[in-house]
Write a protein that binds this ligand. Sequence first.
Ligand code: SF4
Ligand code: SF4
Length: 175
Amino acid sequence: MTVREIVKRFTFIEIFQGMALTLRKMFSHAVTIQYPKERRHIAPGFRGQHALAKSQGQAKCVGCGLCATICPSQCISITRAKGQVEKYEVDILRCIYCGFCVEACPYGAIVLTENYEYSVYRKEDLLLKKEMLLASWDKYMPGTKGDEYFRKFWRPMSEDFGTPSGQAVSRGKKP
Ligand code: SF4
Ligand code: SF4
């Protein structure tokens, strides 16, 4: 046993250090919050529950399947019929919230909202269907929030590919 260990053992210094720490914490601000009465501030760009975007009341998704193809968890399932998106489902139990689906979508038709409160009693309820995803857009991306979401967190956007001013461009032959 070293001298240091002998001193520690006979002076009870660690007990006093622990009690001092407890005493200090008793008078400092609590870090726990009283959920659900109190909520944490959600960081900008937080990736929560999915939603299908709408434009003028209509779903923007055309069912091209790019999101499902790129999804590393293979948790998006899409079926098209008669030129319409018949089924769009996301199994959020398998989702890893990578955001690839949002990046891959050429229409800005899928988003990850700030909602993190979707615990349920039945796991089947975590298979989000098209109607639920569209309703989430209305609920969590009201007004201009959806546009701001894309503008702030997802680049490049189509406007990033504009021709620089002064660059020579071919306008084709005049008829
Ligand atoms: S966030 Fe990632 S894992 Fe989740 S659905 Fe989109 S692509 Fe798939
Ligand atoms: S969400 Fe986007 S990428 Fe996915 S099917 Fe719809 S339009 Fe295509």
